[in-house]
Design a protein around this ligand. Structure first.
Ligand code: C5P
Length: 248
């Protein structure tokens, strides 16, 4: 298992999002960046087109993968999916915290049991999505009928995730301090929505810089376009690592 964020070096804390639809595109980015980042995030976009060849590529290339599949189902189905994804050898995967404590516990138990039978005993980190950043406070209140403020709701779901045996959550840097206070130092916070000052914001609304995210308490940073769409990807990743280093 990977150690807690602040015990890792900055390279291990940088996760690059492979938001592409073909294995060939993913491979090209991996080839450029494999020496510069600790992990690659692959999600449903790539899985829906490439299927299991995504994991074959991962094993061939010997890279760490965060499988962003966001499982959300009845406990038995979430547990079996967790079992199967653990067998693939990913380094990290996730479930929705709103699937509830029983679902998260079933997934965490399945992940631990399955990993214990792996040759090297390594198990993936299992983290929860609390509230998608695409859900606005109005949608939370009016459509989903959640009576709490976003920060309180996210923090409560993070604590539920911790108490259900998960390793951490995906959360914006702006929520990190509240989660850290509620869940303690050993709970991982994985943070997207990162933009260096020199990069385009794209469609992200609530952004922070890499150094600010580290200062706010993020263990891992998930960064896509500022690196993958850069003219020189290696150089972009290197600049981000240098900025992260100034904040640890
Ligand atoms: O290109 P960019 O840096 O915006 O990519 C961020 C990645 O993090 C994308 O894969 C996006 O889906 C993911 N993500 C996010 N906000 C969340 C959860 C995941 O941006 N709340």
């Amino acid at each position: 298992m990977l150690a807690q964020g602040n015990k890792l070096n900055v390279k291990d804390r940088l996760i690059v999002a492979l938001d592409v639809s073909s294995i060939d595109e993913a491979k090209e980015i991996v080839k450029d960046l494999r020496e510069h980042v600790g992990m690659f995030k692959m999600g449903l976009e790539l899985f829906a087109s490439a299927g299991l060849s995504l994991f074959e590529m991962m094993r061939e290339e010997g890279i760490n993968v965060f499988f962003d599949g966001k499982f959300h189902d009845i406990p038995n189905t979430a547990a079996q999916a967790s079992r199967n994804i653990t067998r693939q050898g990913v380094a990290m995967f996730n479930v929705h915290a709103t699937g509830g404590g029983a679902m998260m516990k079933a997934a965490a138990d399945a992940c631990k049991e399955t990993a214990a039978t792996n040759k090297d005993g390594k198990r993936p980190l299992l983290i929860a999505v609390t509230v998608l950043t695409s859900i606005s406070p109005d949608v939370l209140k009016d459509e989903l009928q959640v009576g709490e403020e976003v920060m309180a709701y996210v923090t409560r779901l993070a604590l539920l995730s911790k108490n259900s045996g998960l390793d951490g959550v995906v959360a914006s840097a702006k929520e990190a301090a509240s989660i850290r206070k509620a869940c303690g130092d050993d709970f991982l916070i994985v943070t997207p929505g990162i933009r260096p000052q020199w990069a385009a914001t794209n469609d992200q609304k609530r952004i922070v810089t890499p150094s600010q995210a580290i200062k706010d308490g993020a263990d891992y940073l998930v960064i896509g376009r500022p690196i993958t769409a850069a003219k020189d990807r290696k150089d972009a990743a290197q600049k981000i690592l240098e900025e992260m280093e100034t904040a640890v």
